[in-house]
Design a protein around this ligand. Structure first.
Ligand code: BES
Ligand code: MN
Ligand code: ZN
Length: 488
């Protein structure tokens, strides 16, 4: 990860970035922004002169490089800051790291009196836009290692930088876990990654259930889905329990380390990215590690049911009836509706044993998420208006996107089965909504304190886009951390 340093006395001025804002009136030209630390003599005038000749508009993320052979700086960059809010700076930070990959270090002069939120956005943009995942040699590895932020009063921004660094580090961890091929990433591997992260952070406890314990305690959904794989299922229970906490949140994340669909096997195009089917588990675990790292005064208990949905002689079958933790039964007509089966166990366990104040789950649950909302937006469900509003606000502020969807009681009848308490894969359409309604059946007396997000679509992106990089996005980590920080 890039090293970010706040400094009042920048030493390395060979690559210098100066912020430029758009003109105020419609026809006014963009202008350099006064910075807290004065750049070398004459540079501000040079920027002012460059703006009209380069038609620099100053929109968030606009960049212009001016080479100055033999000068200081030898490379001057104009960075557009648009509205200069957190989102604009996030975009600017990501654009900057892409533009200066070939430099080892860069100094960016921050505007005088810049808001801490803006610095937070900038740092997140720098650290997320420069993310890469690659196994083996990396001939195009960027040279950039250091970004100095020049500002007159560095102490004022230390907290914002720390929060942004933690948020980005955890988002990058979620991306790493999700990008990892499933030949490596089996349930036990995921457990080991979490155990390593926990070892670095005091105050967290990790409990892992293996198949024998899962069987002894009746986690029939996790065992059914994981039964077909040579790598047995696990249930992670991670607890951050600070002494000052008044609120107790339980987070649950779908952790299917590969989803073939099982006996109801997926066609080739639908299967190719199914290593990402544990992105919910990655997000809730990373957010919990972030909460511990920032020592947030809220208790967080996180459950990640991990299983590989494979095809084999030991796989569960369409038509099998699964008995979940707590005793509810599901008729499973389609083994590709596996996520809800493992989540049902975890939700039922949370309700009975964890008894949190609030219960949140994240899952790459249905292809229907993208049908309804496109490629970047999660589908958020809750019967609790306040909770829905709070999460949506945090998610948007963090630069992620979700849209609230309905839980129509009229549809509950579609979940009926002649043979079991519930039917796990109704075929009426509205796949994301019906999956949410199915999960709600396991929330018992916490039904009004539960919120679910189907994040199938935004968990992945097909191309670099601002702070997102091609592949896993780490969606949910930023929004969850931001929301957790509002609780105490
Ligand atoms: N993991 C998939 C959902 C998914 C699809 C995530 C595309 C990300 C991108 C899930 O387990 C699944 O297969 N869902 C089925 C449910 C159906 C069988 C009721 C689906 O969406 O088709
Ligand atoms: Mn599936
Ligand atoms: Zn799945």
């Amino acid at each position: 990860m890039l090293a970010i340093r706040l400094t009042a006395e920048p030493e390395r001025l060979d690559t210098l970035v100066l912020p430029v804002r758009p003109g105020v009136a419609d026809d006014a030209s963009a202008e350099p922004v006064p910075t807290g630390v004065t750049p070398p003599d004459g540079i501000v005038d040079e920027v002012a002169a460059l703006i009209p000749v380069t038609r620099f508009a100053g929109r968030a993320g606009d960049l212009h490089t001016q080479w100055r052979p033999g000068g200081t700086p030898r490379r001057l960059l104009l960075l557009g800051i648009g509205d200069a809010d957190e989102a604009a700076w996030r975009r600017g930070g990501a654009a900057l790291v892409r533009a200066v990959k070939d430099e080892t270090h860069v100094t960016l002069s921050l505007p005088e009196g810049i808001a801490s939120d803006a610095v937070r956005g900038l740092v997140e943009g720098l650290l997320l836009g420069s993310y890469r995942f690659r196994l083996g040699a990396d001939p195009d590895a960027p040279a950039l290692t250091d970004v100095d932020l020049a500002v007159a009063d560095p102490e004022a921004y230390e907290q914002a930088v720390t929060v942004a660094q933690t948020t980005a580090r955890m988002t990058r961890l979620a991306r790493d876990l999700t990008n990892m091929p499933s030949s490596v990433k089996n349930p036990q591997w995921f457990v080991e990654q979490v155990a390593e992260a926990v070892a670095d952070l005091p105050g967290l406890t990790l409990r892992v259930r293996e198949p024998e314990q899962l069987a002894a305690e009746g986690f029939g959904g996790i065992l059914a889905v994981g039964g077909g794989s040579a790598s047995g299922p696990r249930l992670i229970e991670l607890d951050w329990n600070p002494p000052q906490a008044d609120t107790h949140v339980a987070l649950v994340g779908k952790g299917i380390t590969f989803d073939t669909g099982g006996i109801s096997i997926k066609p080739v195009p639908a299967m190719k990215l199914m290593r990402k089917d544990m992105a919910g588990a990655a997000a809730v675990v990373a957010a919990t590690l972030g909460a511990a790292s920032l020592r947030l005064p809220v208790r967080v208990t996180t459950l990640a049911p991990l299983a590989e949905n494979m095809v084999s002689g030991a796989a569960f079958r369409p038509g099998d009836i699964v008995r979940h933790y707590g005793g509810m039964t599901s008729e499973t007509t389609n083994s590709d509706a596996e996520g809800r089966l493992v989540l049902a166990d975890a939700l039922a366990y949370a309700v009975r044993e964890i008894k949190p104040d609030l219960l949140i789950d994240l899952a790459t649950l249905t292809g229907a998420n993208a049908v309804a909302l496109g490629t970047r937006t999660g589908a958020l469900y809750s019967d609790n208006d306040q909770l829905a509003e709070d999460l949506l606000t945090a998610i948007r502020a963090a630069g992620e996107s979700a849209w609230r969807m309905p839980l129509p009681n009229d549809y509950v009848e579609h979940l009926g089965s002649d043979l079991a308490d519930l039917h796990s894969a109704p075929t009426q359409g509205g796949g994301s909504v019906l999956a949410a309604l199915y999960l709600r059946e396991f929330t018992g007396e916490l039904g009004e304190r539960w919120l679910h997000i189907d994040m199938s679509a935004p968990s992945w992106c097909e191309r670099d886009d601002a702070e997102l990089t091609k592949g896993a996005t780490g969606w949910g980590v930023r929004g969850l951390l931001r929301w957790l920080a509002t609780l105490d």
